[in-house]
Structure formats: C-alpha cells, structure tokens
Design a protein around this ligand. Sequence first.
Ligand SMILES: [Cu+2]
Length: 154
Amino acid sequence: MTKVYLSAVTALMLAAGSGAPAVAGSKDVVVEGAWSRASIGTNRPGAAYMTVRNAGDEAVTLTGIETDLAMRPEVHRTSTSDQGVSSMAPAGDIRIAPGETVALEPGGLHAMLMMLQRPMIEGEAFELTLSFSDGGEVSVEVPVLGMTARGPKD
Ligand SMILES: [Cu+2]
C-alpha cells in the first residue's frame, strides 16, 4: 500500500484546507491520491477514491462526506459474496487507528456521489470534505479523470 505522491499534491491539499482552528485527531489526517472518473450525464451516481491516513497518535473516526457536486454523498463499502456477487452498502463510521491508512479504491470503500448536481467532466475537479467525529473537517480537491481511469495520476 506504500505509494509515493508528488509533493505538489500535498501542497494542493494544504492550500485547500480550511482556516479552522486545529482540533485534536482529525488535524493529523492526510488525504492523498484523490481521483474520480468522468460520468455520463447525471443519471447514475459517481464515485471518488483516495487514501486517508492518520498521521497522528490518536484514533480518528470518519463520519461522513460532503460535496456540492452531489446531493447525497456517502461512504460505501463494496463486498463480494462467496458466489462472486458484489454489492455495496453504506460503510458507517470508519475508525482509523494511529498510523493506519484507509484506502478508498475500486472494489472496496468508496465515496459514492449520489444525485449528481452536474456531470463529472474529465479535466475538471471538485471539492470533497471529510468530516470526523471530533468535529474536524478535511477538504480535498478531487480531479476528474477519464471514464476508463483505474487509479490516480501521479
Ligand atoms: Cu457505492
């Protein structure tokens, strides 16, 4: 799961962060490698992927996501049954232990963007805000890649 990201990505995310006072826990969350795929119109939901790392020494709990791109954004978990049938459901609160990284990636956890307010167009980007149980928020700029993209650009 070790990946090297360009420092420009980190700089972009620092710039996107709010000026809210630091709170214990979620202030140590680092979101990296965010990406999404272009959509065909707005009828079907979109999805966004990223890694969420807890660089601090206290556990943090991801409680929800928000974006003006979708009226109902929700963290989902995809699982595959023994029969090979995959389905997804709301993931609920996600606890991230100190030092742990949670990956939102195709086939697993993902940021489901239901009720898109506008199409997701390749080359554009949107802001997604992650909320944590300590009241902290982390915002990230999510680039929209092509419809066949399989991972973040680096
Ligand atoms: Cu989903």
